[in-house]
Design a protein around this ligand. Structure first.
Ligand SMILES: Nc1ncnc2c1ncn2[C@@H]1O[C@H](COP(=O)(O)OP(=O)(O)OP(=O)(O)O)[C@@H](O)[C@H]1O
Length: 310
């Protein structure tokens, strides 16, 4: 059996033309393998095709071409098994107005054919911190609690793979922390996690591997560590003792004077030692009050890869 949780080959999706909008190739032949046990980030600008990909995995959108294997089960040949292996936490909280949280989880488990004796309602309510709301009226749940329910519902059938579509968009810090703690815990217990997020700092902290999608294609897929190593650019941030102008710089160094008088120097650490910049600054007669360095982060990598394509 393969070591991949997900194997996607030649995946295409064309949304048919409607009224005035022409047909849209949302995925143009995606190949992607997601290792078992990993936390995998699917990133990309708006409209890149991330939701389309996730919705195909979730069985909500029908692909136009290609193959999708979930936990080794081909979606077309073994639809039931492939669906049982994956749980999806969608973006939008939606409320089951007639069910309490406990009932709602129970109904969801029923939809997945989980026998009563194997239902984990109490355990899931505890995980998502809603034990004391188990029997509350649905309408009394806050927006944050409704989000928690989305996570709970994605877990009722004990899937091997959990997909989170923008789980922290617009949520407060407490809920964000709770979500990430749960993601780490589930991953430590062996669950494969796939997530999309617009917060690149979060992806940098959480994900072992990352794929960046742009215009319906995977433009890069690598470990987070390798991606960060791709740009060996560094920035030296200097606060001068007195107001100072940027000195004349060689081509390999890009300088900027910020509104607060701080001078920044961006350079490739493999070509230019920081000392060369400090010498240039001193030779220009600038005395240094403070100096800091900043490494390239995932945002820099993301922009360098996607901006050349748009
Ligand atoms: N149901 C649909 N019918 C027609 N076109 C669609 C449909 N859903 C998405 N698209 C188009 O397909 C492309 C990919 O959209 P998708 O929602 O997958 O991107 P995304 O990367 O998830 O973006 P976002 O981060 O904004 O959610 C976009 O151009 C979008 O307008």
């Amino acid at each position: 059996m393969s070591d991949n949780a997900i194997e996607i080959a030649g995946l295409k999706k064309t949304y048919a033309a409607t009224g005035k909008s022409p047909a849209k190739d949302a995925l143009k032949g995606v190949d992607l393998a997601i290792p078992r046990g990993s936390i995998f980030g699917l990133l990309g600008p708006n409209g890149a095709g991330k939701s389309t990909l996730i919705n195909i995995l979730a069985g909500l959108v029908v692909k136009s071409a290609g193959s999708v294997k979930i936990w080794g089960f081909d979606q077309d040949e073994n639809p039931r098994q492939s669906r049982a292996a994956i749980g999806v936490m969608p973006q939008e909280p939606h409320l089951d107005p007639f069910f309490t949280p406990a009932q709602s989880l129970d109904v969801q488990a029923g939809l997945y054919g989980v026998p009563k004796a194997q239902r984990r309602t109490a355990e899931i309510l505890d995980l998502i911190g809603l034990t004391d709301k188990a029997d509350a009226y649905a309408r009394s749940l806050s927006g944050g609690m409704r989000r928690r329910m989305l996570l709970g519902k994605a877990l009722v059938h004990s899937p091997q793979i959990l997909v989170l579509d923008e789980p922290t968009a617009g949520v407060d810090i407490e809920l964000r922390n709770m979500l990430w703690q749960n993601v780490r815990k589930l991953n430590d217990e062996g669950m494969t996690i796939i997530l999309t997020t617009h917060y690149l700092e979060e992806a940098e902290q959480m994900c072992d591997d990352i794929a960046i999608i742009n215009h319906g294609e995977v433009i890069i897929r690598d470990s987070t560590a390798n991606l960060l190593g791709r740009l060996d650019s560094k920035t030296l941030v200097i606060t001068p003792e007195q107001a100072a102008e940027l000195p004349t710089l060689p081509e390999a160094i890009t300088g900027q004077k910020l509104a607060d008088g701080t001078l920044t120097f961006t350079y490739r650490s493999s070509d230019t030692p920081a000392d060369a910049i400090l010498s240039l600054v001193r030779e220009a007669g600038i005395s240094i009050r403070d100096v800091k360095t900043r490494e390239a982060d995932l945002e820099d990598v993301f922009l360098s890869l996607t901006s050349s394509q748009s």
